[in-house]
Design a protein around this ligand. Sequence first.
Ligand code: AMP
Length: 227
Amino acid sequence: MMSLNRAYIFLGPPGAGKGTQSKRVARQWGVPHLSTGDMLREAIGRGTELGRVAEPLMARGQLVPDELVMRMVEERLRQSDAAGGCVFDGFPRTLPQAQQLDRILEKRGFGKPVVIEFCVAEDDLIRRLSGRRMCSVGGEIYNLVDAPPKVDGICDRDGGKLEQRPDDRAEVVKDRLRAYERQTKPLAEYYRKQNALDEVDASKSMEEVSRALTEIMRRTEGPNGRL
Ligand code: AMP
């Protein structure tokens, strides 16, 4: 049987809920969740050369150079678990990344990506980012106000310690939001022109956003054409 290979792209500003939702969707569909932010944090943790270049840029809320990000993504896509599709979270973030991804997907015989833009007001983003905590072991995301862990400071899933990301501090958040406006937001127009863009109102509750996403996935048949 022919399978429909597809890449899903979750586009939106930091704090919009892309991480939480894209992980859920990937789990639900049994395809990998590819977060370039997670991959870069892992590189920093392992002390690789990429990590050493990325760390100071990330600490200032600036983007990592396209060439490095593309090399990292291409390498990841060569692993067999991504053969039937994947969910990208926080990638692509610039026009050159999007254009290069188009070429990669075409070469792999994937259809047009399905791009979902998370729309939410800036005040909301700042509030969410200041309350965000991340598991230092598995990367699970919590929010002190909207989605707290069962036990204060401890991950429900694996018992890891919850930490605030250094770039979630208020002084860095402003720069990350500016980087998004300038470098990433134009991608919505790029994908809209390709007729590949869907929008969700990400100011709604986690459950409501999740339902809206399931609807979109169903309509687009999901990675691997599994529905
Ligand atoms: P995130 O976890 O998606 O919020 O990403 C955290 C930081 O990693 C960003 O502020 C950037 O510095 C860097 N980063 C993540 N993904 C990319 C990307 N696709 N291109 C460039 N920089 C990225």
